[in-house]
Design a protein around this ligand. Structure first.
Ligand code: FAD
Length: 291
C-alpha cells in the first residue's frame, strides 16, 4: 500500500517509528513490541536508517519481516550519509525487489562530533537531491521526507528552510513528517506557512511521548526542539521519579495529539524508541475518543 493513498481517505493515519536493534535478542524484543502495537492497527510503521555500520542492512531486513511476517505496511528510512550514487541506486533496487513501496528520503546528520554535513564522494548534499535521483531512476516508491516546524537546526532562517523544503517536495515527495515538537503552535504556524508557499502535501506531526527527562533534554537539544517552560518545570519536579515522568509524558502527549487531530492534522507519527506502553496508552485514548 502506498501511504499517500491512505492519507487521502479522510481518517487519521497513525504510524510508529522504530530503529533496528543491534542484537538478535533485541530484535526479538522489538518484534514483541510491534505485536503489542499491531492491535492498534497502525496505517504503517517505519524503520530508521543508522548513521553507518552494520545496522544499515538491518533496516531493509526488518522492513521486509514486518511486511511479510506481521502483515503491516512498513516504510524504510534511507539517508545519503556515506553513500555514493551507485550505492544508493543499488540500495533502491534492493528495496524495489523486496517489495518495499514506501521510502522516507533523508540527508542524515553529520557524524558525531562534526557540525557540518559532508556528502560522500559522488554522493548527495541534500535530501532533495536524493529525492530527485530516486525519481530520475524511475522508481515509483511513495516518497516521504522530513520537515521541521521550528526550523532545521543548521538553517538560521526559517523562511530559507521552508524554501528548501518546497524544493524537496517539488522534486517528488508525496508527504512529509515533522521533527518532534512539544508546542502545537509551532506545527500550526508551520503548516500555514508551508501552505502559503505552495507546499500542499500532507504534513504528519511527529510526536515523541516523554518517558525520561535526561533523554528528552538530550534529543531536544540535538534537534533544536523547544521544551515549553511549563513542561520543563513539571519535568524537573519529577526528574527522579520515572513513573511520574512517564505518567506526565503520556498525559501531555495525549492532549497534544488530540488537539492536533481536532485542528486538522492528517494523523500522528509516534517516535516510539522501540517501546510500546506510552504509545499504546495514547493511541488507545485517541481511538476511543473518535469512535
Ligand atoms: P535536508 O532536507 O537536506 O535539509 C538539511 C539542511 O539543509 C536544512 O537546514 C535545509 O534547510 C538545508 N538545505 C536543504 N536543501 C538545501 C539546498 N538545496 N541548499 C542549501 N541548503 C539546503 N536521520 C537518520 O540518520 N536516520 C533516519 O532514519 C532518520 N529519520 C528521520 C525521520 C524523520 C521524520 C525526521 C524528521 C528526521 C529523521 N532523521 C534521520 C534525521 C535527519 O537525517 C536530520 O534531521 C538531518 O539533519 C536532515 O535531514 P533532512 O532529510 O531533513 O535534510
Amino acid at each position: 500500500m502506498r501511504i499517500a493513498e491512505a492519507l487521502g481517505r479522510g481518517r487519521p493515519c497513525f504510524s510508529f517509528e522504530f530503529f533496528p536493534p543491534k542484537s538478535a535478542e533485541a530484535t526479538g524484543a522489538l518484534l514483541s513490541t510491534i505485536d503489542e502495537l499491531r492491535e492498534l492497527k497502525p496505517t504503517f510503521v517505519s524503520v530508521t536508517y543508522g548513521a553507518g555500520g552494520s545496522t544499515r542492512d538491518l533496516t531493509l531486513d526488518l522492513v521486509r519481516r514486518i511486511k511479510r511476517e506481521r502483515g503491516l505496511e512498513a516504510m524504510a528510512h534511507l539517508t545519503c550519509v556515506g553513500h555514493s550514487r551507485a550505492e544508493i541506486a543499488r540500495i533502491l533496487d534492493d528495496h524495489r525487489d523486496a517489495g518495499v513501496e514506501n521510502v522516507i528520503a533523508l540527508r542524515g546528520d553529520p557524524p558525531r562530533g562534526e557540525t557540518v554535513f559532508r556528502p560522500a564522494p559522488d554522493g548527495f548534499a541534500h535530501a532533495s537531491d536524493l529525492v530527485a535521483f530516486i525519481r530520475q531512476c524511475g522508481h515509483s516508491f511513495c516518497l516521504a521526507a522530513a520537515c521541521y516546524p521550528e526550523g532545521h537546526i543548521e538553517c538560521g532562517d526559517r523562511n530559507v528552510d521552508l524554501e528548501n523544503l518546497r524544493t524537496k517536495v517539488r522534486a517528488g515527495v508525496d508527504f512529509i513528517i515533522t521533527q518532534l515538537f512539544f508546542d502545537n503552535a509551532f506545527y500550526f504556524d508551520f503548516v500555514s506557512r508551508a501552505r502559503a508557499v505552495g507546499i500542499d502535501v500532507a504534513i504528519i506531526p511527529g510526536i515523541m511521548p516523554i518517558t525520561n527527562v535526561d533523554q528528552v533534554e538530550r534529543f531536544s537539544k540535538l534537534c533544536g526542539a523547544t521544551i515549553p517552560m511549563r513542561l520543563a518545570l513539571e519535568l524537573e519536579r519529577r526528574r527522579t521519579d520515572p513513573e511520574a515522568v512517564a505518567e506526565l509524558g503520556v498525559a501531555m502527549a495525549t492532549l497534544q495529539c488530540a488537539e492536533l487531530l481536532d485542528r486538522g492534522a492528517p494523523g500522528i507519527h509516534f517516535y516510539t524508541l522501540n517501546k510500546s506502553p506510552a504509545t499504546r496508552m495514547i493511541l488507545t485514548a485517541l481511538q476511543a475518543r473518535s469512535r
